[in-house]
Each structure stands twice: as structure tokens, then as C-alpha cells.
Design a protein around this ligand. Sequence first.
Ligand code: HEC
Ligand code: HEC
Length: 345
Amino acid sequence: MNKFRSSALLCLFILVVTAGCQPDADLDPQTSITFHTPGGWPEPAYKFEGNSLSQAGFELGKKIFYDPRLSRDNSVSCGSCHQQFSAFAQLGHNFSHGVDNKLGNRNSPALFNLNWHHGFFWDGGSNHIEVQPINPIQNPVEMDENLNNVVAKLAQDPEYKNRFQEVFGDETINSQRMLKALAQFMGMLVSDHSRYDKYITGAPGGSMSDAELRGLSVYRSKCSGCHTDPLFSDYSYRNNGLPVTALNDSGRARITLLAEDMHKFKVPSLRNLRYTAPYMHDGRFNTLNQVLDHYTSGIVSSATLDPLLQNGITLSAAERSDLLEFLNTLNDDEFISDKRFAQSE
Ligand code: HEC
Ligand code: HEC
């Protein structure tokens, strides 16, 4: 018997006996939840201004995130390309498949610590977490749907009417409310429980081996200029010298139209790399060793190559192995198995 059914039965039993049962006491819709900035982290860019966080708002956002009705043929949800076990990236796919199995041309990024991003997408093409989802919903190679249709589909479902009523005080379902709820769910996806975090805060389970500590200093001297801790990215746009492929993705320049932004991409975080392969904006590398080979011997010089990488990065065999050990301390198992973020039954 599954857990849900057994707890429902237990509930029924208690209901009969006591004639009063709260099936989900901790899911009281009125309960407000608070967003917690981990100690020592900078202030987030997005603080839910004009979007008051509540348990019900978060749960509604989660329901929408996992709802395939957001796509034209009701087959693809946000969660199809952003899977929790992959830290909300899509494990094993360089490009994701949207409706009709259409292929995009960028790798699905992991979703965590989004409130600290100033721009979304590899090129920063969207600058607000409450606007960003319009892009995947309307993108022909992702969900290929339009917002009005999505709103109309959700409005036919009495369950959604109840949920919108709980969160916003009346049954009106519109795209603005839908986007606010989605932002509540996505904004709460904070990953700060890696072993490294516990080491830094002195929490239990935070021990680091000698090799990991040596790797931490390799990281500090060779990587932290861009992958800045504690977020392990400064979320700026930079060219890290990847050879340009036939796709010729111009990156940040696609948005700014500036020659100086050619082939610059948003620096991704180094957290949770164990779950998020393949790597880079086009998923060209399957392993971290391939990534390190790029930094030591694959960097291509160009007018926009980042100054920090002009001379490449040198890593001795020992430094490479220590660095890999260190990167491994940045994986957050609690985040990828946190039931609050999982699709409800
Ligand atoms: C077909 C696969 C697919 C679907 C469905 C999809 N995404 Fe994405 N998502 C991507 C890809 C690929 C990117 C990177 C696009 C780019 O950079 O141009 C992305 C980027 C993002 C980002 C930006 C992350 C960052 O680091 O900048 C967010 C946030 C996001 N998606 C949320 C969503 C939400 C919410 C939905 C549902 C409304 C959704 N996605 C549906 C594939 C998908
Ligand atoms: C000059 C800034 C810079 C430096 C220094 C740098 N990186 Fe990067 N890194 C980037 C950028 C930009 C990207 C994304 C490039 C792309 O996808 O086009 C990236 C991507 C990555 C990725 C892929 C992550 C993912 O989710 O796809 C890994 C892993 C990585 N870097 C590790 C490192 C390591 C380890 C070091 C130090 C040895 C390092 N980087 C040094 C800028 C930098």
C-alpha cells in the first residue's frame, strides 16, 4: 500500500473516531513561509516583492511547474526538462526535447539559487523571474503554447479555481497570478546543504579531507574569479574560450547586439555538478575531466576571451585530482531529495 493511501485510511479512521481530522496540518494555506538567506551569502536580487510568499502559493507554483497542460499538446511540463534528481537540469541531454520531440539548441540549466540571478537564460535574455517562464511556454521548440490558452486550460479545472482562491483571495486565474505562483516555487529552490556549506558554517557533517582542502585552494586561485563562492558564480557573462561550433551561438551578443558580448555566456554555478552533466551552454562535455581539459589545453583565443583566461589555466596532475575532490563537496543530496520540491502524487 502506498504512503498516501495508508495515511488517507488512517485519517478516515481517526475521522470516524474523533470526528475531526486535519489531513495536512502543515499545509494550511494561510501559513506564510519565509525565505531564508543562508548565513554569509549576499542579499538576493529577488525578494518576492509584491508577491507575498505563502505555503499555498508555493504549492500552487509547484503544481503549475509539473503540469503538462502548459504545453500545446499537454505533453511537456517545466519539470520534463528540469528534473529534481538532476538539480532541476536534465541529466544526459545536451539539448532538451520539447513538444513533437523538437530539439532546442541550448542545454537545460539547473534551477537553484535563482533569486540571486540578475538575468535568466545562458544569455540573460530575461531579467525577471516572474517573466522568464513566458519564454519556455511560448518557445516553439519547448512548450509551443500561448499564455491565453494555458490560462484557459487551467481555468477549466475546479481544483485550480480553489487553489487560486486560496492564494489570491478570489477564483480569477490569469497569467500574472500564474507567473507569481511559479516564482514562489522556483525562488524557494535554495541549495545550501552541500558538505562544503556544512564545513563553512561548522554544521555537523562538515568535515573535509586534506585532498578536498587542497582542492579548495586550487579552486580559490584558478576558478573563483568567475565561479565566485558562496554561489559559485558571479552570474556575469563571459567568454571562457570554448571553440565556436557550427551553431555559432553568439550568446550575450544575441541580446545586446554588441560585438564586445560575442560568445559570452552566463557563468554557471559549480554546485551540484554531479547531477547536471552534460556541461556548458550546449552540453558539449560529458565529464568534469573534459571540462578541465578545456581549461588546461582547449581555450581558443578571440577578441572577447576573458582576460582571466588569456594564458589558460595550468593544473598539475595532483592539483587536478584535488580540484575534482573539492568539486565533489559541492553536491547537495538534500536538495535533490527534498520532498517539498517533488511532484505531488
Ligand atoms: C523543452 C525543455 C524545457 C522546458 C519544457 C522548460 N525549460 Fe526552462 N530551460 C530550458 C533550456 C534549454 C533553458 C536555457 C535556454 C537558454 O539559455 O536560451 C532553460 C532555462 C530556464 C531558466 C533560466 C535558468 C538560468 O540559469 O538562467 C529557468 C528559470 C527556467 N528554464 C524555468 C522553466 C519553467 C518555469 C518552465 C515551465 C514554464 C520551463 N523552464 C520549461 C529547457 C526547458
Ligand atoms: C573567466 C571566467 C571563468 C573562469 C576563470 C573559469 N570558468 Fe568555468 N565557466 C565560465 C563560463 C562563462 C562558463 C559557461 C560557458 C558556456 O557554457 O559557454 C563556464 C562553465 C563551466 C562549467 C560548466 C558548468 C555547467 O553547469 O555547464 C564548469 C564545470 C566549469 N566552468 C568549471 C570551472 C573550473 C573548475 C574552473 C577553474 C579551473 C573554471 N571553470 C574557471 C567561466 C569561467
